[in-house]
Design a protein around this ligand. Structure first.
Ligand code: F6R
Length: 607
C-alpha cells in the first residue's frame, strides 16, 4: 500500500527520500512523487508513473534540506501522473496514505469556495482544506490539526509549506513513525525507510499530530494538548531488507524460514515446559477462562488460522472458529465475553483485521491476542495479549516466512491453552516442544527439494487453471498453495477439501487441469488416495507432495515428490514449503514480477 517518507535535515535530503521510497517499494505501488523546498524556499514537485527509478532519474542533481515523498497504490482515481502524490494547493504540498471517506462532501465545499481540483484523488481535499484553514489560522501546525478534525477515515499525512522550516505529520488508522536523527528529523510509514539515517523511532498513536523541525519534534493530541511518546531503538538490521545473493525477496524469505522459525521458537529453546506468559502477563488467567476461540485474519494469515482450528479443537477440546476479518466486522455474530479473540497479521496494520478486533471489543470481547510480526503495529497495540513472530521484515508481497512463523506461534498457543485448561500431560508437553524445536531442521530438509520442484514448474507454464487438494489440517495448506500460485503467476487456482471433489469440481478435470495434492501420511491418507484415483481415472495430471512413508506410487500421469517422514501435528508447516517453491518457480518461468505482483500491495491499510 502507499508509502510516505519525509525529511528535514542539515544535508541534501533528496537522496534520503528516494532511498526511503526504494525501501518501501515492497509495499506495492503504481506511481511515485516527491516535493521539496528549493534554496529560495519555493515549492517544487516531481511525479512519475511506474518505478521509483524513474522518479530518481527526474530528481538527478536536485538538492533540498526539506521534502516529502510518496509511493501511491491507487484507490481513488487511476494510476497516472495527475493522481500521483504530492498534491498541491498554492505553496503547500501533501502526501497521504489511507482513505478520506468524507472527501466528496469536503470537495464540494471547497469547490464552492473557488478551489480547482486537478486530480481524482481524495488526497487533494487535504491540501486545499489545509490551505483554506491557513487563511484564518496562519500557523501550519494548527491548520493541519483543525483539518484532521474534519476527516473521517484512515490516514497518515505529511505536509510542507513554502517558506517554512518544518514538516507537519498526522496519523489516524494508518501507520506513521518519526525518525530522530543526529543531523535532522524524519518521518515514514515504515521503519525500514529510515534505517539509512537513524535507528531511533517514535511510533505515533492514532490522533497524534507532530511537527518536525531540524533540531526537535513535538507531538500533540487532537485537542492540542502536548504528549510525549517513547523513543524506540529499532532492532531491524539494514541487511535484513537487502536482497543479498537471492534473485527475489520471495526466494530469500522462503529460504530464511528455518532461521525465522528458530528465532520465533527461541523462548521455548531450552525449556521442557510451555510458559503462557510468552503471550503476556495476563495470559495464564485469560487462557484458563477461555471457553472458545475466535480467530480473525485475512489472506495468508487467515489460512494459518484455519490450520490452528484443527490443532485447538483436537488438543484443547474447545470450539474454535476462524473468520475472514472483512466479513466479521460487519456481521451481527453472537458475542461471547468468555471467548479468546486471536488476530493474526504479518503487518499488524491490515485495516480489516484491525477493525474486526475493535468491533469485537466494542461488543464486549476483551480477551484479545495479537499474533503479529511487527512489534509496534496497531493490531499489537489494540490487543490485551501479544505474541511476536520473529520472521524479520517480509518484503515479497506473497507471504511465506510470516505464514510458517504464524503457525509456530499458533502451535505454542495451542499448547499453552491446553496446559492452562488441564488438557496437556507432562509427557505430551515435552513431545510437542521437542517436535517444535526440531522444526527448523525439518524445514531445511524440505528446502533441499527445490531442484525437483523447479523441474515441475515447467509443466505449469502454459496452464491457465490448477486445482489444489488437501484433507484435514492440510486442507488450509492446499488453500495457501492455491493463493500463492494465483497471486504471483496469475494462474487461476482453486483449493478443495479432497472429499469435495466428486461434489462438483471433478467436472473440471482433464489433461489441461493440473491437480496438486498434499498427501501426508496421516489418518486420512487412504481416503485421499481414493480421491486421487478419481482424478487419475478422468485423465487428470496429478502432482503429489507425499511423505517419504506415504506409499503413493508413481505412475503414468502421477508425479510424486517425497518429503522426509511424516511430521505429525506440525506437518502443515513442512507441506506448505514445496507449494511456496512451486509457485515461485512457476512465476519465474512465466516471467512475472515475483516480488510485486500486479494489483497487489504488501500492507493493506485500506478497507
Ligand atoms: C498473500 C498475502 C496476503 C496477506 C493479507 C493479510 O500472500 O500476503 O493475503 O496475508 O493481506 O496481511 P497481514 O498478515 O499483514 O494482516
Amino acid at each position: 500500500m502507499c508509502g510516505i517518507v519525509a525529511a528535514l535535515a542539515k544535508r541534501n535530503v533528496v537522496p534520503v527520500l528516494l532511498e526511503g521510497l526504494n525501501k518501501l517499494e515492497y509495499r506495492g505501488y503504481d506511481s511515485a512523487g516527491l516535493a521539496y523546498l528549493t534554496e529560495d524556499n519555493s515549492l517544487a514537485r516531481l511525479r512519475s508513473v511506474g518505478r521509483v527509478a524513474e522518479l530518481a532519474a527526474q530528481a538527478a542533481g536536485k538538492g533540498a534540506a526539506q521534502g516529502i515523498a510518496h509511493t501511491r497504490w491507487a484507490t481513488h482515481g487511476v494510476p497516472s501522473e495527475r493522481n500521483a502524490h504530492p498534491h498541491i494547493s498554492a505553496g503547500l504540498a501533501v502526501v497521504h496514505n489511507g482513505i478520506i471517506e468524507n472527501y466528496a462532501e469536503i470537495k464540494q465545499e471547497l469547490t464552492g469556495l473557488g478551489y480547482v481540483f486537478t486530480s481524482d484523488t481524495d488526497t487533494e481535499v487535504i491540501a486545499h482544506l489545509v490551505h483554506h484553514l491557513l487563511q484564518s489560522t496562519p500557523d501550519l501546525f494548527e491548520a493541519v490539526r483543525k483539518a484532521t478534525a474534519r476527516f473521517i477515515g484512515a490516514y497518515a499525512i505529511a505536509v510542507i509549506h513554502e517558506g517554512e522550516q518544518r514538516i507537519v505529520v498526522a496519523r489516524h488508522g494508518a501507520p506513521l513513525l518519526l525518525g530522530i536523527g543526529t543531523d535532522g528529523n524524519y518521518a515514514a510509514s515504515d521503519a525500514s525507510a529510515l534505517l539509512q539515517v537513524t535507528r531511533k523511532m517514535v511510533y505515533l498513536e492514532d490522533g497524534d499530530i507532530a511537527e518536525i523541525r531540524q533540531d526537535q519534534v513535538r507531538i500533540v493530541r487532537p485537542d492540542g494538548s502536548a504528549v510525549t511518546r517513547p523513543v524506540h531503538e529499532s532492532s531491524l538490521s539494514a541487511d535484513a531488507v537487502e536482497l543479498g545473493n537471492f534473485r527475489h525477496y520471495m526466494q530469500k524469505e522462503i529460504f530464511e524460514q528455518p532461521q525465522a522459525l528458530a528465532n520465533t521458537l527461541e523462548m521455548v529453546g531450552g525449556s521442557q515446559t510451555i510458559q503462557p506468559q510468552i503471550f503476556g502477563a495476563d495470559a495464564s488467567a485469560l487462557f484458563a477462562r477461555a471457553k472458545s476461540v475466535l480467530i480473525l485474519a485475512c489472506g495468508t494469515s487467515f489460512h494459518s488460522g484455519l490450520v490452528a482450528r484443527y490443532w485447538i479443537e483436537q488438543l484443547v477440546g474447545i470450539p474454535c472458529s476462524v473468520e475472514v476479518a472483512s466479513e466479521y466486522r460487519y456481521r451481527m455474530s453472537v458475542h461471547d465475553p468468555e471467548q479468546l479473540v486471536v488476530a493474526i497479521s504479518q503487518s499488524g496494520e491490515t485495516a480489516d483485521t484491525l477493525a474486526a478486533v475493535r468491533y469485537a471489543k466494542e461488543r464486549g470481547q476483551h480477551m484479545t491476542l495479537a499474533i503479529c510480526n511487527v512489534a509496534e503495529s496497531a493490531i499489537v497495540r489494540e490487543c490485551a495479549l501479544r505474541f511476536l513472530t520473529r520472521a524479520g521484515p517480509e518484503i515479497g508481497v506473497a507471504s511465506t516466512k510470516a505464514f510458517t512463523t504464524q503457525l509456530a506461534g499458533l502451535a505454542l498457543l495451542t499448547l499453552a491453552l491446553a496446559k492452562q485448561q488441564g488438557k496437556l500431560s507432562v509427557q505430551d508437553e515435552q513431545n510437542h516442544l521437542n517436535a517444535l524445536r526440531h522444526l527448523p531442521v525439518a524445514v531445511q530438509k524440505v528446502l533441499a527439494l527445490e531442484p525437483e520442484i523447479e523441474a515441475w514448474a515447467q509443466h505449469f507454464a502454459n496452464k491457465h487453471h490448477a486445482l489444489f487438494l488437501g484433507r484435514g489440517h492440510h486442507y488450509p495448506i492446499a488453500m495457501e498453495g492455491a493463493l500463492k500460485l494465483k497471486e504471483i503467476s496469475y494462474i487461476h487456482a482453486e483449493a478443495y477439501a479432497a472429499g469435495e471433489l466428486k461434489h462438483g469440481p471433478l467436472a473440471l478435470v482433464d489433461r489441461d487441469m493440473p491437480v496438486i495434492s498434499v498427501a501426508p501420511n496421516d489418518m486420512l491418507l487412504e481416503k485421499l488416495k481414493s480421491n486421487l484415483q478419481e482424478v487419475k481415472a478422468r485423465g487428470g495430471q496429478l502432482y503429489v507432495f507425499a511423505d517419504g512413508d506415504s506409499e503413493v506410487p508413481e505412475s503414468e500421469g502421477v508425479h510424486i515428490i517425497r518429503l522426509p517422514e511424516h511430521y505429525g501435528l506440525l506437518s502443515p508447516v513442512l507441506h506448505v514449503v514445496p507449494l511456496q517453491l512451486l509457485s515461485y518457480h512457476v512465476a519465474l518461468v512465466k516471467g512475472t514480477d515475483v516480488d510485486k505482483p500486479r494489483n497487489l500491495a504488501k500492507s493493506v491499510t485500506v478497507e
